[in-house]
Write a protein that binds this ligand. Structure first.
Ligand code: GLA
Length: 386
């Protein structure tokens, strides 16, 4: 899609509804610097919001009815309160919209009927959280149109409920949190149990560094089923260990905990989560001390743990990580739920081109689809547009 995403959302609204939108809200995609599959274990994550955004233009509509059009769809989707109140009834991309209406209504809010138009620069299916972006932008627009009494720190849970209970994906709280609460120039250190956040300065320019994001373009291989299986395995392990969540196993007690588990696969799943939580804490400490470069090895260790213990990587992402490291990256890892998606690499600001070229060459050698690469800086979370 060409042109500014906010202009496209406004133009889409005018074209479909022959009227002016009353509000426009933007919500970004995200990458996770470190802390993978820790969120639903009540643990720690350190994501940041991307400069790629989804924009929703909206205006009030007839009571109890919602119409939404998207630049990626030929026709608008229309649904009423009965459909919104029955999880799963609206499907496809519009389920994320109906899910938000459902979550708001289930929480007791009067949701205004509305017309909405969606435009997005967040690629779909690349693991950059296009779903959390549309959920959060729709939620913000509906809260704004309805004048709902809903402070922003409650938005992430509601958007997550839309995804968990309406769309049916058992994801954690990370994506919606950073999409709503991210801040320019910062990574978001989130305690997924208390939902306390700390904005950690992540000034790549000042450090002479860049984050290169490589879209592996690996086809998602059973990602949904595998994600749910990893989550179930973590929950079973927590029950066996007699803790509320794996967050409650401190790194110092890991060996004792592993000795109480009787199969090797579960032991490796637990080891990933416990060591990954510690890597998030260690990364935060390094960033606080201004030692951004030194966080590189933690990113690479996180990747090895996802590859060997959690077993959620695929050859395309492993190749991207290896090629980036061989070309001089300080650290590299897959980011997001796994089984494809994106890899991020921490590189010298003047090394982004050679590292991207090295990854592209390694892909060509293995006859993988050509990867997409871009450099990104931490951008603001959900915001209202003038
Ligand atoms: C997906 C989910 C998140 C999180 C990550 C893995 O992005 O939506 O909640 O679990 O996977 O860290």
């Amino acid at each position: 899609m060409s042109g500014d995403v906010a202009d496209r959302a406004g133009a889409g609204f005018r074209r479909w509804y022959d009227a002016e939108p009353a509000v426009r809200w933007a919500a970004p995609g995200r990458v996770n610097l470190i802390g993978e599959h820790t969120d639903y274990n009540d643990g720690f994550v350190l994501p940041f919001a991307l400069p790629l955004r989804t924009v929703v233009a909206a205006a009030p509509g007839p009571d109890g009815r919602w119409t939404v059009c998207s630049e990626l769809a030929d026709e608008p989707v229309e649904f009423d309160a009965a459909a919104a109140d029955e999880p799963g009834r609206v499907d496809g991309w519009a389920a994320y919209v109906a899910g938000v209406v459902w979550a708001l209504r289930a929480a007791g809010h009067h949701v205004p009927g509305a017309r909405l138009a969606v435009a997005s620069d967040v690629p779909v299916g690349s693991g950059l959280s296009s779903s959390a972006a549309i959920e959060s932008a729709v939620l913000a627009a509906l809260v704004d149109l309805g004048g709902l009494d809903l402070p922003t720190d409650r938005w992430p849970r509601l958007a997550q409920r839309a995804e968990n209970d309406y769309v049916g994906a058992p994801t954690g709280i990370m994506d919606q949190s950073v999409v709503v609460r991210g801040r320019e120039g910062h990574a978001l250190f989130l305690d997924c149990r208390s939902e306390e956040v700390e904005q950690i300065p992540f000034d790549l320019d000042a450090a002479g560094l860049a984050v290169l994001v490589v879209d592996s373009r690996a086809p998602h291989r059973h990602a949904d089923g595998e994600y749910a299986a990893r989550r179930a395995s973590c929950e079973r392990a927590a029950a066996t260990l007699g803790v509320t969540a794996l967050r409650d196993v401190p790194a110092a007690d890991l060996d004792a905990a592993l000795a109480r588990l009787d199969d090797d696969e579960t032991r490796r799943r637990v080891r990933h989560v416990v060591t990954e939580n510690q890597r998030v804490l260690d990364t935060v400490a390094l960033l606080r001390a201004g030692r951004v470069r030194d966080a590189g090895p933690l990113l690479t260790a996180s990747h090895a743990s996802m590859r060997d213990d959690f077993e959620i990587t695929v050859p395309e992402v492993d190749t991207a990580v290896e090629a980036a490291l061989a070309a001089g990256a300080y650290g590299a890892r897959m980011t997001g739920g796994g089984f494809g998606g994106c890899v991020l690499a921490l590189v010298d600001a003047d090394a982004t081109d050679p590292v991207a070229e090295a990854v592209t060459a390694a892909y060509a050698e293995r006859a993988f689809a050509r990867p997409h690469t871009r450099t990104v800086l931490p951008a603001p979370g959900a915001h209202r547009l003038p």
